[in-house]
Design a protein around this ligand. Sequence first.
Ligand SMILES: *[C@@H]1O[C@H](CO)[C@@H](O)[C@H](O)[C@H]1NC(C)=O
Ligand SMILES: *[C@@H]1O[C@H](CO)[C@@H](O)[C@H](O)[C@H]1NC(C)=O
Ligand SMILES: *[C@@H]1O[C@H](CO)[C@@H](O)[C@H](O)[C@H]1NC(C)=O
Ligand SMILES: *[C@@H]1O[C@H](CO)[C@@H](O)[C@H](O)[C@H]1NC(C)=O
Length: 454
Amino acid sequence: MKPLTNVLLSNILVRLLSFCVLVFLARFAYVVTVKGQSCDSIDFCFSSVFQDLMTEGVLSTNSSSLCIETLAAEEVIALRGIGVVKSIGISSKKLSSEGVRYGKSLNQPFKNLTFDFEFSSTSGLDQTLNPVQFALEVSRTLKPGGFFVVHTKSVNDEYSLRSLLELFDTFTLIKLREMDGLDSLPVREIILRKENVTLLKIKTANKCSVPSYKQELIRKAEPLIKQEPLKSWITLKRNIKNVKYLSTMVDISFKNRYVYIDVGARSYGSSIGSWFKKQYPKQEKPFEIYAVEADSAFYDEYKTKKGVKLLPYAAWIRNETLFFEISRDPSRKNEERGRGMGRIQAVQSSSNFMGDLNKIHGFDFAMWLKNTVVEKDYVVVKMDVEGTEFHLIPRLIESGAICLIDEIFLECHYNRWQKCCPGKRSPKYQKTYAQCLELFTSLRKHGVLVHQWW
Ligand SMILES: *[C@@H]1O[C@H](CO)[C@@H](O)[C@H](O)[C@H]1NC(C)=O
Ligand SMILES: *[C@@H]1O[C@H](CO)[C@@H](O)[C@H](O)[C@H]1NC(C)=O
Ligand SMILES: *[C@@H]1O[C@H](CO)[C@@H](O)[C@H](O)[C@H]1NC(C)=O
Ligand SMILES: *[C@@H]1O[C@H](CO)[C@@H](O)[C@H](O)[C@H]1NC(C)=O
């Protein structure tokens, strides 16, 4: 999904606002109605769960029902026990319980539009390696108007709820409540209804909303450094320890792909190897890695790095040829290993530029992003582009591509105090610290979780 919204989504957003209240109330209600009774046998628990669903009209005795990845046959037995006779379970483990057949959740052995009701316990959607395909199969075999009820332990924040709802984008969220699971860890029950029509998706030209949960995450993030640091090379580097990574605040299980894009990657070791691979909390997800680097001096090294896709271009605001300053003057060669200073200069402005100029290809990074990832993907970006951020960030915002980024680590280049010569500012960059702060603030205002990179 490109920056789109649809009828469903706005519906969902309204509901999201009441997430906390809803969960609280529902939990309370559940404790009163179900926990009040003894719930010591598994069958009894599922029975009361299904009984409640029946009372709410989600399930009826004539519903054709499917339990996905049922470990033993408890759910099926419980359903049949309360009179839902047309109930069946599938399991990808070879079990021979009555009412359960062998079948994969990612390739359900049923025709389209077979069921009125599908149920996934915490051994279903929570455990799958491919939530997108899981959701497609539920959507395929469920009849319009039918219900999908999922129990999950992975929805503990609004981000993960929204990720889950994005998987089921032709469904409406009916209800969400919390209950105690078998191991007394909280379980969320989410009730979704499949809509009859594929709801109209309206493109709201390049705009994306800033849902309240994003603002909440940004409030929880480390504060921006308001004062210009005297020794930025120390202050900013140390600040990385304060960073509140998104993946330490929310559950990222229900995403499609996991993507890391290093814009201005320089050498492999400078940030991909030393930081992203080692320090970024990944919740054990496999990340695809893109390295965007315009300086060919680094290319050989990437040939041997499997799992890193090199884009040998400069991230820019359109496709065009640029001139690239490669400051590889011998005196500086060893100073910042692999984190050299490359600055790109558009062709027009290069006439009075004195330096080692290389012609390189710039590409429209925002467009590339829109063609490469979707909102269902989890996307982390590091951007260190020697001043070009003042072109790239506005372009990302204006094109809506910014909404595709979950978290961004941004180095902002300004006329900082120099290490070499106290009291002197770097002549390399025109922008001031205040302008950088403005860039960060505006990103956070747009709902983007941005961190100050050094
Ligand atoms: C299922 O049963 C309910 C009453 O229990 C009835 O209202 C409904 O029409 C039935 N649905 C079908 C598809 O037979
Ligand atoms: C079943 O549904 C899928 C998509 O959900 C569709 O691609 C396929 O053509 C359908 N098959 C039949 C036989 O209608
Ligand atoms: C779905 O829509 C079609 C066409 O609008 C209609 O014929 C059908 O009865 C609807 N089905 C349900 C379950 O609402
Ligand atoms: C820019 O370049 C990319 C990659 O070569 C290409 O896919 C895209 O269509 C180009 N865009 C424009 C507007 O020319």
